[in-house]
Ligand binder design. Structure first.
Ligand SMILES: [Zn+2]
Length: 266
């Protein structure tokens, strides 16, 4: 797999367009599969991100990191799964959540679709903490289903979860930039990435009373009562578009090492 993948990487990639699965035809995907069995699947969430953050923050950031990772490695990137498990944010308008069991089944169906036609390595770039538990549960369901359905790739199927915001180098940079005002939700690091991607978001990027509270996550009514403006411990006003560019580069570079190792694993 290494030789074949290296050949893909050596192609000059002037933009992310060549690695977008949704811009490829099926014969192109079939020919890619003869060289590489890996694919990147970005997953985020559509949920409130404080009074000044975009509802799509987790999906937009996961997609951007996934595409940059694809651009660096030549590995195809699927469309982003923009809806995640965001039950605790349902007290805020604009949030669109999948129940944990629904998300598990969605991931199951998407991965088995890819696996049925020969994809063996699915690398999830995740942008939302609430997706972690359902994704891990889904992986075990998928492994069993692949065997039970006698998929030819079942014994070689491998699934990997990479949370871009938890990459150690990203975490360190966020700490350096924002200290403990990074917080846990509607963080300046994720908001910075959206400002880099969509400068028009600067129009609503206004100072907020600090600090936002921190604490547990229970039901959505309790969440809104504890965290009235939606933030958890964060000061997103510290975010700057340039920070987002830097964080994107750090995340993609670090994840590219993880991805290449994953593609080589037995
Ligand atoms: Zn988020």
């Amino acid at each position: 797999m290494l030789e074949k993948r290296t050949k893909i990487i050596s192609e000059p990639l002037e933009s992310s367009l060549p690695i977008r699965l949704d811009l490829r035809s099926w014969p192109e995907v079939e020919s890619y599969l003869k060289q590489c069995k890996g694919v990147i699947l970005p997953i985020g969430s559509t949920e409130q991100h404080g009074p000044t953050g975009a509802i799509g923050t987790d999906a937009l950031t996961a997609e951007a990191v996934g595409l940059e990772l694809g651009r660096l490695t030549g590995i195809f990137v699927t469309p982003v799964q923009a809806f995640g498990m965001a039950e605790h944010h349902l007290g805020f308008p604009g949030t669109m959540s999948l129940k944990p069991t629904t998300l598990i089944n969605v991931i199951n169906d998407l991965v088995l679709s890819l696996a049925q036609n020969g994809f063996e390595r699915i690398f999830f770039v995740n942008g939302h903490g609430g997706n972690i538990a359902p994704l891990k549960a889904a992986f075990h369901q998928i492994y069993s289903n692949a065997i039970n359905q006698n998929l030819p790739v079942a014994s070689n199927l491998r699934l990997k979860l990479a949370n871009w915001f938890m990459v150690p180098e990203v975490f360190q940079e966020a700490r350096k930039l924002y200290g403990d005002r990074e917080g846990q939700h509607a963080t300046p690091s994720e908001i910075a990435l959206t400002l880099h991607l969509f400068p028009s978001l600067l129009d609503k990027h206004l100072p907020l009373p600090a600090p936002a509270p921190v604490g547990p996550i229970n039901n959505h009514q309790d969440f809104r009562a504890r965290y009235p403006d939606g933030r958890m411990g964060s000061d997103p006003y510290l975010a700057k578009p340039l920070h987002g560019k830097i964080l994107l580069e750090i995340a993609a570079k670090s994840l590219s090492k993880q991805l290449l190792t994953f593609l080589e694993e037995s």
